[in-house]
Ligand binder design. Sequence first.
Ligand SMILES: Nc1ncnc2c1ncn2[C@@H]1O[C@H](COP(=O)(O)OP(=O)(O)OP(=O)(O)O)[C@@H](O)[C@H]1O
Length: 615
Amino acid sequence: MGLTDCCRRTFAFTREILRQPAKGDGDLRFSDLGFFLRFARPIWKAGVLALVATAIVSALKTVLPLSIKVFIDNILLGEAPSSDAILAGAGGLLSSLDLLIVALLALGLLTGATDLARNYLTARFREGYAFNLQTALVEHVLSFPLSYFKSQQTGYIMSRLSDDVQILQYTISQYLPQIVANALYVAFTLVILSILSLSLTFVVLAFIPLYLLVNAVFVRRIRAATHRERERQAYVSRDLQEVISGIDTVKSHAAEDREVHKVSGTLRNMVDARIKNTMLSAFSEYFRIGTMSLMLVAVIWFGGNEVLAGAMTVGDFVAFAVYIMTFAPTVNTFFAFPVVMQPALTSAARLHELFGMHGESGAAPGAGGIVPGAVQGRIEFAGVWFGYDRSDWVLHDARFVIRPGEAVAVVGRTGAGKTTLINLILRAFAPQRGTITLDGHDLMSLDPQWLRRQISIVSQDLFLFHTTIEENIRYSRPEATVEEVVEAARRAQIHDEIVRLPDGYRTIVGERGTQLSVGQRQRVAIARAFLKDAPILILDEPTSALDLQTEDLIRRTLRTLVQGRTTILISHRPSLLELADRILAVEDGRVRECRDAGPGRGLTGYGDAPLWHGA
Ligand SMILES: Nc1ncnc2c1ncn2[C@@H]1O[C@H](COP(=O)(O)OP(=O)(O)OP(=O)(O)O)[C@@H](O)[C@H]1O
């Protein structure tokens, strides 16, 4: 690459990162910050005490350099005139070096002890804040409709749930105490500087607008860049999560290279965003350091002239110079806060957006919605239209009734919309038109948690937690006794296999139940349903992973499970349809009565061929 090319690229890169960002990229209104104060309410006392301790430490640290002035003017040069009565009084008290040293030691001890208390109080406030925020966030996100989780990838949600809170917590813990300490230090030092020399203090203050200008130019750009970086980071988490959870498929297709390529593409986008963000921050830092250097030069030039003209004592000038040497970097850091706080503000904006989304019932989990006293189990679809995408209806005007205690099989071609019917009953999605009722109550008016407590599901993609078999079965009824868990396992035909395992019911099933065979997992799900004993039962391919012999056993137990419950059964296995009293067929988005079913009621027509061949 030639020199001109290199210059051209550098210029283009600089122009690109300095471009005015579009509105809305990670914008957080100042008023939004008030929202985050609510998480500090329960721990406000620790916060206030931490602030008080910070103020005391800053004040004590500010006094320290004055000892140089006292040493030069009062001890070294004898009685020197002081510009201020308080300083003159203090100087009078510390008239010997011994006294000065004793005062300095006492000051050091006091500062150390207060600093320790400040650290403790800050840690309590910080951790308490993170705890309150994360607990509230998890509670809020878990109240989102199932459709949210079905439409977002796990890695993306995880990134928003953990990365954003971590960054907010880190920045708050790292920088917020610093901001407060620096602001106080700047305020205290300004008071002392103005006592030492008012005219020099004005010279210092004259540089503040320059700092403000630098921030005005960079802060919004850095915020937008940080927002972009964070979104891309979430995409990386999403891709990584996907490849790790789909590792079996990846390996069986020898697709490791393809996946690495895909992840590296997303990663490259994130790295690009990071470089741009870093360069923006570096630019703003250079401008701030430039301002600081100019300020130091101006102070030395003006102050030197004042001393030469006899308008200022040497002690005052040296003390001023010592103050300004620590004051200038502090001012610099203070004005850098709007920049270094950008990751936290971006995280706050993203978290605020999450908090702004409504839960299922538009309120906290469990809140809102009717909770009927008893359940008969009558389910009615009245003119239901539904499509995941409005332009593509999966169900057109679906109308049918399932009577209490009735077992209904739903058949239809793959992709016809059978699982969609179930998703609607579970209120994972809402119909665009028409209503679905349970015992006459519109599902949308019911408390979603109550509704799901009335339904047991045995589905083809069941989820097991990384814990013991016993706990996994008990998940459907946490208060169940060991005997009840064992009884449920017996009825699901899995007890004998569980007791043959080295740790029996205490066997850890592995993440997502990977240490159990698919057939075993399916029977654990059936055991859960026995234990839950809910009035409505949904069986979505409950035996798809079982061999014919085990299926035969399970069918008999399912027959017991089905009794007295309103059951909806989806299965491509003709043998299972014996469990149903009636069959509904889903075709071209419509649901129609197919024919009566049940033992000996003419099911043989389905034979071993695919269940539904159209009308
Ligand atoms: N979460 C979703 N978002 C968008 N479209 C979806 C979603 N779930 C299903 N679909 C689409 O809706 C249609 C019906 O799917 P559904 O899973 O209900 O079919 P099904 O009859 O249960 O099929 P199968 O017998 O293969 O399980 C299909 O065209 C499918 O692609």
